[in-house]
Design a binder for this molecule. Structure first.
Ligand SMILES: C[S@@+](CC[C@H](N)C(=O)[O-])C[C@H]1O[C@@H](n2cnc3c(N)ncnc32)[C@H](O)[C@@H]1O
Length: 236
């Protein structure tokens, strides 16, 4: 499946990069934008996006962090990289963003580099047994007190039946993973399992499939979870 075979994943996203916004973004943009809103990124923050795609969130993040902040991104696909660079350059924000093309994990930045890590429609692409490693890397590169934003296809809550679309999606993922490469995940549980504290959780409906919008936080050093970091800007 694409998540276990980097070449296959890379080729898949390279191939669809030019058409990605037409194929996916019309449905996904509402959830992606909600995810950014609740993440509440501030001026001067350092933000990493994993799986930046065609760069919609990168551009918004670059505006939010301002000239004193920094946005970094990593994506496996050079096609997506080219699309993101085009968007950023056209909008005049390319100098505020540092992009890499490489597979995750690992996340090739030093410990405690970022205030915020974000992923939209990306965490669910990784095989279930790889997700803990992805979250562990996200945790490592976050500063104490830092936060993570996840927007992902969500599993149907216990006691509710999957919608027709969801059943179809799961069947397609099981039988044609090269076409439908993602699967609904229990993102809140996965975040808690990785040592994050979930601070915001909502579910949005896209094409009758549940999409989770989550924010979670790392504990500040020696302080309650939602207390501000004790580190100075310089130490970050
Ligand atoms: C479904 S797209 C979502 C793009 C964007 N976040 C959005 O919401 O529009 C997933 C992105 O993750 C990237 N990706 C998939 N597997 C990856 C991996 N193992 N490492 C890095 N990027 C990956 C793909 O190239 C693609 O750009």
């Amino acid at each position: 499946m694409p998540g276990t075979d980097h070449d296959l994943t890379r080729r898949f996203y390279d191939r669809i990069s030019a058409a990605y916004d037409m194929i996916a973004d019309s449905g996904e943009h509402t959830a992606r934008e909600s995810g950014l809103n609740v993440l509440d990124v501030k001026l001067g923050e350092r933000v990493l996006e994993i799986g930046y795609g065609t760069g919609h969130s990168l551009l918004e993040l670059a505006k939010l962090v301002g000239s004193t902040g920094k946005v970094c991104g990593i994506d496996i696909s050079s096609g997506m990289h080219a699309a993101a660079i085009r968007r950023l350059t056209h909008a005049g924000f390319a100098d505020r963003v540092e992009l890499r093309v490489a597979p995750v994990p690992p996340v090739p930045w030093p410990d405690a580099t970022f205030d915020v890590v974000t992923m939209s429609f990306t965490l669910e692409l990784f095989p279930l047994d790889v997700i803990p490693a992805v979250l562990a890397e996200a945790k490592r590169v976050l500063r104490p007190g830092g936060r993570i934003g996840i927007v992902s296809m969500a599993v149907t809550p216990d006691g509710q039946e999957d919608s027709f679309m969801e059943k179809t999606y799961k069947w397609m993922h099981q039988h044609f993973p090269h076409i439908v490469d993602c699967q609904p995940i229990a993102a809140a549980q996965l975040l808690k399992g990785a040592g994050f504290v979930v601070t915001h959780q909502e579910t949005i409906d896209i094409w009758s499939m549940p999409v989770a919008v989550l924010v979670a936080q790392l504990k500040s050093t020696g302080a309650a979870t939602n207390e501000p970091s004790l580190l100075t800007d310089h130490e970050r």
